[in-house]
Design a protein around this ligand. Structure first.
Ligand SMILES: CC(C)(COP(=O)(O)OP(=O)(O)OC[C@H]1O[C@@H](n2cnc3c(N)ncnc32)[C@H](O)[C@@H]1OP(=O)(O)O)[C@@H](O)C(=O)NCCC(=O)NCCS
Length: 111
């Protein structure tokens, strides 16, 4: 993580991590089925530790549930802190996408 992503306290701005979570989850959704997706919900985002400049983040995404038009993806965010030699779990989030057609209407996700 770079200094450009910090908040006034000098740690990484939470919104940057939320954006990375959304992107990681979207990649996982695409891996399952190549559709046009919109994010309809994100829940259970609780930051257990701050993310610091210099941390190396890993985002691990797994599909939890595929519905008719929606998909729920779990994302665990881990921060490796090279100086301290630690690798900690920062947060786990759940993102729900809905597959939409060109008019933005929900459309079925193929199995
Ligand atoms: C996503 C969107 C197309 C859903 O439209 P809708 O008319 O509410 O759709 P439906 O009620 O038919 O629900 C579609 C699916 O989404 C699921 N869903 C809708 N709202 C949900 C919520 N808050 N949490 C979890 N799932 C939800 C439904 O359960 C359904 O799933 P299923 O088909 O797998 O059973 C519409 O709400 C939308 O366009 N939202 C804006 C999305 C967006 O722009 N995101 C980026 C924000 S910058």
């Amino acid at each position: 993580m770079m200094p450009r992503d910090t908040n006034p306290q000098g740690t990484i701005f939470g919104g940057v991590i939320l954006s990375l979570i959304d992107q990681a989850a979207w990649i996982e959704a695409l891996r399952q089925c190549n559709r046009r997706y919109v994010t309809v919900a994100m829940d259970s985002v609780e930051f257990h530790h701050p993310v610091l400049v210099g941390d190396i983040l890993s985002l691990w995404a797994t599909t939890e549930r595929v519905g008719r038009t929606s998909m729920r993806v779990k994302v665990e965010v881990r921060a490796m802190r090279p100086d301290a030699g630690t690798d900690i779990s920062v947060t786990t989030a759940f993102v729900v996408f809905v597959a939409v057609d060109e008019q933005g209407r929900p459309t079925p996700i193929a199995p």
